[in-house]
Design a protein around this ligand. Structure first.
Ligand code: NAP
Length: 310
């Protein structure tokens, strides 16, 4: 099962249906249509969320098209999160610091950009019972998602954030950018292999690389020959599969684990509330995503529904 799909009962299209969607390439694997359409149906809202595959050369036209065609807004995903900034009329402070937008809202004919990845990440951590104040955190990766995570941790009171990346220059750029906005936080950039030296001062380890993401599920950013320190809380932004190789390593070592599903739900909830003005039905959104991910992992394992029922 490589295309995300689920049947949402109660979804209907009328002459007044409000439109939102996700701009990206590829978008067929995105769980956002499943999550948001389930939420619209649960609240009885006449809204629909559609995938919008957009090539980089057409990004400007596509973003202007949102306004021209009466969309209420959109999500933005890989590879457009940074490039989209130049087509917007205004952006939030979070989006400016992170340098990326994942949510567009069409407001009084203006295109407004925000980034709900940062607040979504912190909401998921807090839900898991983790307090980021005063901590030392290790973030693996220096792409768009890592930028949101580092900014979120700094905002939430982390004392030190070390960024480990394959191309270390990118980690240096991330740290330099964040240091301009977060004067009281220490940032350090290191190559990815240096994760071997993480010591007991650290309490949080986050995978913000794309390693382990379906279909390359055997990959992990952590060395295979080294146990993950058991005192760490270990968080993976990758949510497909729900338990990645990295989280399996962490669980085996006895560490606390936090999957990427919580961040997916809460970044979606933030966007949903900005577009509709309604509180997001978080439990419905989580259930819709979980159902799909469990079905997918059973299909991957070759388990039939009959076997499950039996
Ligand atoms: P991105 O901007 O493309 O960055 C990818 C990161 O992964 C870079 O740091 C890159 O390192 C690293 N990487 C890729 N292949 C690697 C390899 N073979 N070895 C070592 N490092 C490698 O992507 P992104 O937007 O930051 O997203 C990263 C992940 O977070 C994705 O899996 C995405 O699905 C997930 N995500 C989840 C949520 C959520 O709600 N749970 C939200 C946002 C993103 P280099 O810089 O060295 O290339």
């Amino acid at each position: 099962m490589n295309q995300a799909q689920i049947n949402v009962s109660g979804l209907r299209i009328t002459g007044c249906t409000r439109l939102v969607g996700v701009l990206g390439l590829p978008v067929e694997h995105s769980l956002s249509p499943i999550m948001h359409n389930a939420a619209f149906a649960a609240l009885g809202l006449d809204w629909v969320y559609v995938p919008l595959p957009v090539y980089p050369d057409h990004l400007g036209e596509a973003v202007r098209g949102l306004r021209a065609m009466g969309f209420a807004g959109a999500n933005v995903t890989v590879p457009h999160k940074q490039a989209v900034l130049r087509y917007l009329d205004d952006v939030s402070e979070d989006a400016l610091v992170i340098g990326a937008v994942n949510t567009i809202v069409v407001r009084n004919d203006d295109l407004y950009g925000d980034n709900t990845d940062a607040s979504g990440f912190i909401a998921a951590l807090v839900e898991a019972g983790f307090d980021p104040r005063g901590i030392y955190a290790a973030v693996l990766g220096a792409g768009g998602a890592a930028r949101a995570v580092v900014h979120a941790l700094a905002n939430a009171g982390a004392r030190q954030v070390c960024v480990y990346n394959r191309h270390v220059q990118r980690a240096h750029e991330l740290c330099r950018d964040m240091a301009r906005f977060h004067l009281d936080v220490r940032f350090e950039a290191l190559p990815l292999d240096a994760v071997r030296e993480i010591d007991e001062d650290f309490s949080l380890l986050v995978n913000a690389t794309s390693l382990g993401m379906w279909p390359e599920t055997e990959a992990s950013p952590w060395p295979v020959d080294l146990p993950i320190p058991a005192h760490l809380t270990v968080c993976d932004l990758v949510y497909r599969p729900l338990e990645t190789m990295f989280l399996t390593q962490a669980r085996a070592a006895g560490a606390e684990i936090v999957s990427g599903l919580g961040m997916l739900i809460y970044q979606g909830a933030g966007a949903f509330e900005m577009w509709t003005g309604h509180p997001a039905p978080v439990h419905v959104m989580r259930q819709a995503c979980q159902e799909f991910l469990v079905m997918e992992s059973r299909a991957e394992a070759g388990v039939t529904e009959q076997q499950v029922a039996g």
